[in-house]
Design a protein around this ligand. Structure first.
Ligand SMILES: [Zn+2]
Length: 434
C-alpha cells in the first residue's frame, strides 16, 4: 500500500509531499505521483518520529498503572515512534529474560519500537553489576543501562559499569541523586520547602553525582548519559565536561522546562516528581542549556501512577508524572514559541539525537528518500486545554490539567503504519503488525 502526505512543512521548512511505500519513504518533493491513501498536510509540520530515551511502561509487575500496550498507545498519541522502557519493573529488567520479554511485548503491541533499558545493578540494589553482557547479546540487544529511579551511588560500581559498556559501545544513563543527601527528601530545598515544612532535596545532591560521573567517564573513556537534570548548576557541570571533550550527553524533561517548586504550595501530589521541580532560575538555565546544545535532548520520564499512590498526602505519594502525550506541546510552549529553538531543533532534541544516544536504527537521515517512514505530523497552530481526558495511557497523573497548550499531533506513522490518524489512535490488530 502507498500513502502520500501532501504539502507538509518539512521540519518547519518548505512544504513538500512525502510518498510512503512498504514502510519506507520512497519520494520527497513535488512530483511524487498518486497513492492509495492521500493526506492533506497543509499547515502541518512533518517531524521525524519522536524517540523517548526515558519512559516507564511499568510492565512487568505494574500493569495497573501502565502496560507495554497502553504506554505504546500513549507514545504514538504523543508523536513517538520509539521509546526506551526503563528497567525498574517487577521483576527488574536486570537479565536477558526480562528485556527480551519487554522487547517482544513491544513488537506485539506494534505502535512504537520499544527498546528495553537494562538495569546497571542486580535488582537495582546498587551492590553488584547486573547481567549487562547477557542483555547486550540478547534479542533485545540492549545498549542503554540505567538504575533509573535509583542512583548508582557506589563509585567503584559506576566505574566498572562504565568500563564494561565501553567494550560494546553501550551507555550508562545515570539518575543523579546522592542517596545520603536526599534521605526522606520531598521537594526542592529552599524557601518553599522551609515554608511548607517538607524535607528539602538540595541541588548539590544532583550536581555532585554529575560532577563525579563526568570525571569517571573521562577516566574510563566511556559514554555517560545524565537523566533529567534539573538545576542551573548541573547545566554548568555538563557545559564544563563537554568543553573538556568528555563523552557525556544530558536530558531535560518537559516538566523541568516549565514548572517550579512553588507549585507544591497546595500539597498537590501531581507536582511531586524526582528530581523535584526547582526554581524559576533553574527553569531558565535548563531552557538555555537546551537552546545552546549543552543539554542534548528532551526526554519525558513518563511515570504513570495509579490513584492509590497519587490521591493521597504529599509525603505518602509516589514521585512522577505522565508525559508522553504532552511532551511535544510543552516543548513548543517553552522553547519554540519563546523563540529559543526552531522546529529543526525539535527534530534534533526529540528524535535524531535520542535515537543516536540509544542506538535506535533508522533516524540518521530523517524524512529523506530511503529512510524508514517514522513520521509525526503536528499542527502548531492548534491549542488544547489540557486534562486527564486527553490521555490514552492507564494513569492520569498529569500536572498540566487546565493549562492551554499549543500544538497537536495529528498523524503518526511508525515504519509506514498509520498509528494516529486525525488525532485519534488507530486500532491495530495486536499481532505481528510491527
Ligand atoms: Zn530518574
Amino acid at each position: 500500500m502507498s500513502t502520500i502526505i501532501r504539502k507538509a512543512s518539512i521540519m518547519g521548512g518548505d512544504p513538500a509531499d512525502i510518498r510512503i511505500e512498504d514502510g519506507q519513504i520512497v519520494a520527497v518533493g513535488v512530483n511524487v505521483g498518486g497513492a492509495d491513501v492521500e493526506i492533506d498536510a497543509s499547515g502541518l509540520i512533518a517531524l521525524p518520529g519522536l524517540v523517548d530515551l526515558h519512559t516507564h511502561l511499568r510492565e512487568p509487575g505494574g500493569e495497573s498503572s501502565e502496560t507495554i500496550l497502553s504506554g505504546s498507545r500513549a507514545a504514538a498519541a504523543g508523536g513517538f515512534t520509539a521509546v526506551h522502557a526503563m528497567a525498574n519493573t517487577s521483576p527488574v529488567a536486570d537479565n536477558a529474560n526480562v528485556v527480551d520479554y519487554v522487547y517482544r511485548k513491544g513488537l506485539e503491541a506494534g505502535y512504537v519500537e520499544v527498546r528495553p533499558v537494562g538495569a546497571v545493578t542486580h535488582n537495582l540494589a546498587g551492590e553488584s553489576l547486573a547481567d549487562i553482557g547477557a542483555m547486550a547479546r540478547s534479542t533485545a540487544a540492549v545498549t542503554v543501562f540505567s538504575d533509573d529511579g535509583k542512583c548508582v551511588g557506589d563509585s567503584l560500581l559506576m566505574r566498572r559499569a562504565l568500563e564494561y559498556v565501553a567494550t560494546f559501545g553501550g551507555v550508562i544513563a545515570q539518575h543523579a541523586q546522592d542517596p545520603r543527601l536526599t534521605i526522606d527528601a520531598q521537594m526542592n530545598e529552599g524557601a518553599m520547602s522551609a515554608e511548607l515544612g517538607l524535607a528539602g532535596w538540595p541541588r548539590v545532591a544532583e550536581e555532585a553525582i554529575i560532577a563525579r560521573d563526568v570525571l569517571l567517564a573521562e577516566y574510563t573513556g566511556a559514554r555517560l548519559h545524565v537523566c533529567h537534570l534539573s538545576t542551573a548548576g548541573s547545566v554548568e557541570v555538563i557545559r564544563w565536561a563537554k568543553q573538556r571533550g568528555i563523552q557525556v550527553t544530558a536530558e531535560a524533561t518537559p516538566h523541568h522546562l516549565l514548572l517550579t517548586d512553588d507549585l507544591a504550595q497546595n500539597y498537590n501530589p501531581l507536582f511531586k516528581v524526582n528530581p523535584p521541580l526547582r526554581t524559576r532560575d533553574d527553569v531558565e538555565a535548563v531552557r538555555r542549556g537546551v537552546a545552546d546544545g549543552t543539554i542534548d535532548i528532551v526526554a519525558t520520564d513518563h511515570a504513570p501512577h495509579g490513584s492509590a499512590t497519587k490521591d493521597c498526602t504529599w509525603s505518602d505519594a509516589s514521585f512522577g508524572m505522565v508525559g508522553l502525550e504532552s511532551a511535544l506541546s510543552i516543548v513548543q510552549h517553552a522553547l519554540v514559541d519563546t523563540g529559543l529553538i526552531g522546529w529543526a531543533d525539535v527534530a534534533r532534541i526529540m528524535s535524531t539525537t535520542p535515537a543516536r544516544i540509544g542506538s535506535v536504527d533508522g533516524y540518521d537521515a530523517p524524512l529523506t528518500v530511503g529512510s524508514l517512514a517514522n513520521i509525526t505530523l503536528v499542527d502548531p497552530s492548534a491549542t488544547t486545554v489540557w486534562g486527564a481526558d486527553k490521555l490514552a495511557g492507564r494513569s492520569t497523573n498529569t500536572p498540566f490539567t487546565g493549562l492551554t497548550l499549543p500544538g497537536r499531533v495529528v498523524h503518526t506513522f511508525f515504519r509506514g503504519t498509520h498509528t494516529v490518524r486525525d488525532g485519534s489512535i488507530v486500532e491495530l490488530s495486536q499481532a505481528g503488525n510491527a
